[in-house]
Design a protein around this ligand. Structure first.
Ligand SMILES: Nc1ncnc2c1ncn2[C@@H]1O[C@H](COP(=O)(O)OP(=O)(O)O)[C@@H](O)[C@H]1O
Ligand SMILES: [Mg+2]
Length: 262
């Protein structure tokens, strides 16, 4: 096996600003109050993923999951440490990323595919499959600015799963799809996994993580709180819940939070 993703002592800081207007900032400065504060969205995180591993990334809102995906994807650079990846990266890290609102769904398929590194010829060859997967019917020729977030995510996901890549990243986007579409996406993700591609899957849904992942990473306030086998990782995320004793409860929470993930 070869290394697919190496994240070494990576940190990423953001600046929080408390005051919005110049007046508020001036008053704050006169009173010698802080007007901004740096905080670490990712704090000294290290791990290595082998080619073909399927990793679930879990953690509370704001714990840094999306930031970590962006660092792996290369849309953001770490302030400290290094991120190394091998091969082509595809996936969906934000709903609507890489889409132009005034272009139609059809044109956006080409645009999005090009951003993911596909040539026009490759996209032509896969176009029908992409459209069938997205299943958005007559909306294909409507500007995507008029799409619902569910339709956005269908089209984005359809393009992403038809891109050849060595690494496939997927951020919570499944949460907005309806149940049949989620089923279809999970089935397609299983195929991607079987093809030996590395998968990085952000989800709160214990059930789909259990189905999809060999390993779980848990972020806590930007730090890596857990890195290990899936079942243990899922137990770890439910650790804080005093009522949580076992799996039935975890499944119950899934259904409540996500309207049944599978
Ligand atoms: N571009 C940004 N500028 C400032 N703060 C950001 C930015 N992106 C994310 N953050 C902050 O970093 C923290 C982690 O965010 P994120 O990675 O989106 O968390 P998660 O995906 O786990 O919910 C949050 O507190 C968020 O507000
Ligand atoms: Mg996120």
């Amino acid at each position: 096996m070869s290394e697919s993703i190496v994240v070494r002592n990576v940190s990423k800081e953001f600046t929080l600003r408390y005051h919005r207007s110049i007046k508020q900032m001036t008053i704050a400065a006169m009173r010698r109050q802080e007007i901004s504060e740096k905080f670490s969205a990712i704090d000294d995180v290290s791990f290595t993923v082998q080619q073909g591993e399927s990793v679930g990334l879990m953690g509370l809102n704001g714990s840094g999951k999306s930031t970590l995906l962006k660092l792996i994807n290369g849309v953001m650079r770490p302030d400290k440490g290094e991120v190394l990846t091998r091969g082509r990266i595809a996936g969906l890290i934000a709903t609507g990323a890489g889409f132009h609102p005034r272009l139609t769904g059809r044109d956006n398929v080409y645009l999005n595919a090009a951003i993911l590194g596909m040539t026009q010829k490759e996209t032509d060859a896969k176009f029908d499959q992409i459209v069938e997967f997205a299943d958005i019917g007559k909306f294909l020729d409507v500007p995507v600015g008029n799409y619902s977030s569910g339709m956005f995510s269908r089209l984005g996901f359809a393009v992403a799963v038809h891109t050849d890549s060595d690494i496939f990243l997927i951020d919570e986007v499944l949460a907005v799809g309806d149940k049949p579409f989620k089923q279809k996406c999970l089935a397609r993700m299983e195929e991607i996994r079987k093809e030996g591609r590395t998968m990085f899957y952000v989800s709160h849904a214990a059930r789909s993580v259990r189905r999809m992942c060999d390993r779980v990473l848990v972020l806590e306030g930007g730090r890596l709180g857990f890195d290990g086998p899936t079942a243990e990782g899922i137990r770890y995320v439910k650790y804080d819940d005093p009522k949580s004793t076992g799996d039935e409860l975890a499944e119950g929470l899934d259904d409540e939070e996500l309207g049944a993930d599978i």
